[in-house]
Design a protein around this ligand. Structure first.
Ligand code: IPE
Ligand code: IPE
Ligand code: MG
Length: 247
């Protein structure tokens, strides 16, 4: 599959990916789990390039969940080191390609070395106008929603927010994705059919695409196949099919 088969008039603005299956990929090869994570970096590059080439504006990648802190501490440490290394290795090229880097999640609790690398990379790429790469790090949807409610409740208490003003748009504006449209498409690799606490508010009407391909094997052609699948769907948003085709 290449991008020639895609309808250029129907490219999603925002695609989110749950990059899963690195551990199993490594195990199949008789290697340690971290070998899978390391090889997953190449798939990040492939999806980012593919997305940029067809004009996707936002790519959100679930890189480390709140729940992932519960993994063995050696794996957590190796993932954090890999993140720092990948940022330093890639930032120059990202910048040249006009990529803007952002993060969502409780990044304040990441190791200092990660926070420094992320801050520098964000600063460096902040004026770029190409695709925005949003890394979800120490992120979970329930954490994000709890943060938003806490903030809203505090403002309601001190009088700066009126309870009557609370509606869906306002709630969205308190989430870490406030600056971004909801994803039209969510991809999850590795054959797991679940959301794992990712963007639960934002996914309300997102098209879900599950593939058995393990993340380190997921390359440009797999990405385009997912976009093609998305393009063959009818998004009804509660309406009837006739209403959609008559519009
Ligand atoms: C995804 O791969 C990467 C992270 C969650 C950080 P996994 O590490 O979950 O791989 P599997 O699911 O164990 O194969
Ligand atoms: C989800 O993958 C989190 C990331 C991809 C970062 P997991 O492998 O942690 O998800 P579960 O635990 O199998 O649901
Ligand atoms: Mg997994």
């Amino acid at each position: 599959m290449n991008d020639l088969y895609l309808d250029k008039e129907n490219i999603p603005k925002h695609v989110a990916i749950i990059m899963d299956g690195n551990g199993r990929w490594a195990k199949q090869k008789g290697e340690m789990r971290i070998f899978g994570h390391t090889n997953g970096v190449e798939s990040v590059r492939a999806s980012l390039t593919a997305a940029g080439e067809i004009g996707i504006k936002y790519l959100t990648l679930y890189a480390f969940s709140t729940e992932n802190w519960n993994r063995p501490k050696e794996e957590v440490a190796a993932l954090m080191d890999l993140l720092v290394k990948a940022i330093y290795d890639e930032v120059e090229e990202l910048n040249e390609k006009g990529v803007k880097l952002d993060t969502i999640g409780n990044t304040n609790i990441l190791p200092d070395s990660c926070q420094v690398a992320l801050k520098e990379a964000k600063e460096r790429t902040k004026n770029n106008s190409g695709i925005t790469l949003i890394l979800a790090l120490s992120y979970s949807s329930r954490w994000e929603i709890a943060q938003a409610i806490k903030k809203m409740a505090g403002e309601a208490k001190d009088g700066s927010l009126s309870v009557e003003a609370i509606n869906e748009d306002l709630i969205s504006s308190y989430l870490s994705t406030a600056n971004y449209p909801d994803p039209e498409l969510l991809i999850r690799t590795s054959g797991e059919n679940r959301v794992s606490n990712f963007l639960m508010w934002q996914l309300a009407y997102t098209e879900l695409y599950f593939t058995k391909t393990l993340w380190p094997d997921f390359k440009k052609e797999h990405f385009y196949k997912a976009i093609k699948d998305y393009q063959e769907r009818e998004r009804r948003f509660g309406k009837t099919s006739e209403q959609i085709t008559d519009e």
